[in-house]
Structure formats: structure tokens, C-alpha cells
Design a binder for this molecule. Structure first.
Ligand SMILES: CC(C)(COP(=O)(O)OP(=O)(O)OC[C@H]1O[C@@H](n2cnc3c(N)ncnc32)[C@H](O)[C@@H]1OP(=O)(O)O)[C@@H](O)C(=O)NCCC(=O)NCCS
Length: 199
């Protein structure tokens, strides 16, 4: 289903029209986004997506997105089994999150492997990263730009590369909330944006 920006009321109506199983308040989709729900799809409060974002919960799949999640231009989430995204997650431009290989490696006519993806709270996924099937990304982790994440990412670590490997640990007490909150979310948020993240 495609949406065109014609003001806040229409944007919110557009999300409602997709028959999400739950939609939080203050959700914003800017520009032209695709939202499909053929399974279960829940969206938390203060969700914000920029032009070209694609959100798909396939037939029998489960897609759950938490509160204050921001998706930048062209990012996409494609659930065929189960994808769970926590709160305060920042997903940069052109990131792809998909829980299936789509095709079997040997017999391309057969379905590929599928495994659930879980993304924790306060995660930042850098530009053009790929998050593949079966991965869990721990709370407070950062995925560097262009990473291909094929294995679990421990909480509060920076990972980078293809395949993504841990580069270093991140001090949760030094991270600050405002770094995770784009203007669109800050403007409507009752929460103190300068509050430090404490796990
Ligand atoms: C995550 C990020 C901010 C970390 O930057 P940083 O703290 O300056 O990292 P460093 O430069 O100290 O890099 C540490 C190591 O990781 C490597 N590294 C950093 N980013 C990498 C990447 N994207 N892919 C592969 N390796 C990377 C560096 O080469 C370095 O390796 P070395 O120690 O062997 O020299 C940065 O890598 C990044 O991804 N920036 C783009 C963020 C983005 O996507 N923004 C879009 C808007 S939301």
C-alpha cells in the first residue's frame, strides 16, 4: 500500500488503513512509504519513518516495533516469520532487515531458511547495513555502516564489517538519549531528551 504525504491527518489515516494489530500514538510516515500487514503487525508510540521506508509483515508472520523507533530514508523491514524491534531504535538509510533467505541455496525453487530476528532497545543500525535471519542484536549495540550482521551482537558493543565482528564495547552510561532522537520525535516527545540511558 503506498502513501503520499498530504499532512499529518492523512499520514495517520494511512497507517490506520493498513489494519495494524496495534498502532501507538504520534506515528509519522513522511513521503512515500510501503506498509503491508498479512500477519501480525504492532507499532509503538512515536514511530517515525522517512521517504521510501518499507514495512512488511508477510502471511502468518509477526512484526513488532516498539516505541520511539526511527527509520531513515529507504530502510526496510521484511518479516516472513518473526521480527521484533525494541524501543528507541535508530535505523539509518537503506538498512535491510529480513528474516529469510527467500530461496534454498541448492534448489532455488524451494523456500530458503528462515529464523526470527530480535533487535533490543537503544540500538543504532548504521547506513546500508544488512541484518540477516536468526540474529539477535543486544540492547545499546551499534552496527557500523555497511555491516552484514549474520551472528548475534552482544549488548553495548560496536560491530562492523562483513561479516560483522565486535570492534569494541560501548559504555552505556556515557551514551545519551538525544543522540537517538531525531527532531521529529523530539518535537512531540514529552520525555526529557537529555536524559542519559541507564540499563
Ligand atoms: C559506528 C561508527 C560511528 C563508529 O565510528 P568510530 O567510533 O569513529 O570508529 P573507529 O573509526 O574508531 O573505528 C574503529 C575500527 O573499526 C573499523 N570500522 C569503523 N567503521 C567501520 C565500518 N563501517 N565497516 C568496517 N569497519 C569499520 C575502523 O576501520 C577501525 O578499525 P581499525 O581499528 O583496525 O583501524 C562508524 O563506523 C559509522 O558507521 N559511521 C556511519 C554511521 C551512519 O551510518 N550514520 C548514518 C546516519 S544515522
Amino acid at each position: 500500500m503506498k502513501f503520499f504525504r498530504k499532512g499529518r491527518a492523512i499520514v495517520q489515516a494511512a497507517i490506520a488503513a493498513t489494519k495494524l494489530n496495534h498502532r501507538g500514538g504520534h506515528c509519522r510516515l513522511y513521503g512515500r512509504c510501503t506498509v503491508v500487514n498479512d500477519g501480525v503487525f504492532t507499532l509503538g508510540d512515536y514511530f517515525c519513518a522517512k521517504d521510501g521506508v518499507s514495512l512488511v509483515s508477510g502471511h502468518g508472520a509477526e512484526l513488532r516495533i516498539g516505541n520511539r523507533v526511527f527509520m531513515n530514508y529507504g530502510a526496510s523491514v521484511y518479516a516472513t516469520h518473526r521480527i521484533t524491534i525494541g524501543d528507541h531504535v535508530l535505523i539509518a538509510d537503506d538498512v535491510r532487515i529480513m528474516d529469510t533467505d527467500s530461496h534454498d541455496v541448492v534448489d532455488h525453487a524451494k523456500p530458503g531458511k528462515t529464523a526470527p530476528i530480535t533487535i533490543g532497545n537503544h540500538v543504532w543500525i548504521g547506513l546500508r547495513s544488512l541484518i540477516l535471519k536468526g540474529v539477535t542484536i543486544g540492547d545499546g549495540a551499534v552496527v557500523a555502516a555497511g555491516s552484514v550482521v549474520t551472528r548475534d551482537v552482544p549488548p553495548h558493543t560496536l560491530v562492523a564489517g562483513n561479516p560483522a565482528r565486535v570492534i569494541r564495547a560501548i559504555d552505556a552510561h556515557v551514551m545519551r538519549q538525544e543522540a537517538w532522537m531525531p527532531t521529529a520525535i523530539k518535537a512531540t516527545s514529552p520525555m526529557d531528551p537529555s536524559a542519559p540511558i541507564r540499563e
